[in-house]
Design a binder for this molecule. Sequence first.
Ligand code: ABC
Ligand code: CA
Length: 476
Amino acid sequence: LDESSARSASVYQLVTDRFARNSSVTSTCTASERKYCGGTWSAISDKLDYIQGMGFDTVWISPVVSNIGGTTGEGEAYHGYWTLDPNTLNSNYGSADDLKTLSTNLHSKGMYLMVDVVINHVAATSSSTFQPDSAYGPFSTSDDYHPFCWITDYTNQTQVEDCWLGDSSVALPDLNTDSTTVSSYWNNWIQELVSNYTLDAIRIDTVKHVPKTFWPNFVSSANVFNQGEVLNGDATYVGAYQSDGKVNPFNYPAYYPLTRAFNQTSGDLSELIAMTQTIKSSFSDPTLLGNFLNNHDNARFESTVTDASLIKNAHAYPFVTDGIPYGYYGSEAGFTGGNDPDNREPLWTSNYDTTSNMYKFFTSLNMARKAAGNASTSFYTSQMNVSSLSSSSILINKTPLISVLSNSGSSASDASVTIPSSSSGWSANVAIVDSLSCEVLTTDGSGNLAVTVKTGLPRVFIQNSIKGQVCTGSAA
Ligand code: ABC
Ligand code: CA
């Protein structure tokens, strides 16, 4: 994927160890135990219809390289972020051939593979006494690392870049990316990884812990679309990684206001609206941001919010805004895990149900987005306008997709709002379909659309004449 084709992608994030395993493995998987549960690349290969049936076309898998073995005070390296040797693969997930086959299988279905990569650090069970050796592959001498110190102050950028993440159970020895030995190694490594496994995109871990100057050469060596984790809610801070680092950040600046807008019926919608403006002025290209509600690092939204309508409005947001939507495995199954490690449940307990209400909900969102992109060449590149419609609803105008999101909750009585023709651009007396309920409404003689928000549900509208496969009953 290059940048322009990535804009039309829709990404399904999974945790390799937890998404699927060979059916002959029957041991109980308890997320809180932080142990390997047996998920593999070949088992993912067998479940691509499940992912594609929800309308996702890109699969983000966990880091693939070999990790420290055994158990630690924080369990095993089942998540894949505890690198030992980047020259070898994590055999818990399968063989090189299994990973190549996953890539091939995805491509034969018109899908894409995104692999998570960790550049900032390796892992160890010692910290101040850490001595690298040949087990660390290319990073076997102390010159390859920054001297030991913990990051204690996240507002001190020098510390954030040069000190170590982790804690006394598992330290994350910080690589000296200013060393040309280290940076040249990584630039060659990413080029080979992309080529060996025919990767389409990369997700970059811990971006803010590596100096911005490192990233442009790295992402050009990768030569595929990148989405990077800059874990900070400040849009100005995160935006600099896009303009200077050439990394396309996940939308953490929107994430925090998004959760606060929909986590209760009195949530703050104005903060979310204001953030959409801030984002426009802080990013060189907001249409390349990675939008998400859930991921493997934060408590699932559903761990604190139980109202089905609030949950749907919050999940709709990433799909109807500027940027690339990300769905986190298990959201379709109604999982409610809290903070890491509880948000990394095994999906096999859900039986991969494709008939659940939320599975269909994600399918509808992906189809609506695709229909809008098919109908308008500028859908993915032009920027949305977000405004207030009522005290409990907002209008997201990303022509030709026009959404009404509400935080009135499922017990709310019917509420009437109007989408003015002046913002929708709809003409008089045209049919408009809600991609989620499939209800068809008609604009009035002035092109305005009277909308009833029922039981607090989100509405995702597109003009009926350009709806494509929306509400025809056939997925993907
Ligand atoms: C392990 C255990 C956990 C335990 C933890 C202490 O140690 O498993 O149960 O709670 C991997 C594993 C984790 C593991 C860690 C550490 O390694 O997945 O299970 O946790 O061993 C990335 C990945 C993440 C991965 C790593 C390490 C990095 O997505 O999955 O973790 O390769 C920082 C980093 C960020 C990192 C995150 C986990 O930690 O910056 O890259 N994620 C503030 C700081 C952030 C910090 C965050 C941590 O706290 O600024 O830098 O993230 O919670 C906003 C502010 C933000 C603020 C947030 C909380 O609030 O704007 O700045 O973030 O309003
Ligand atoms: Ca660093």
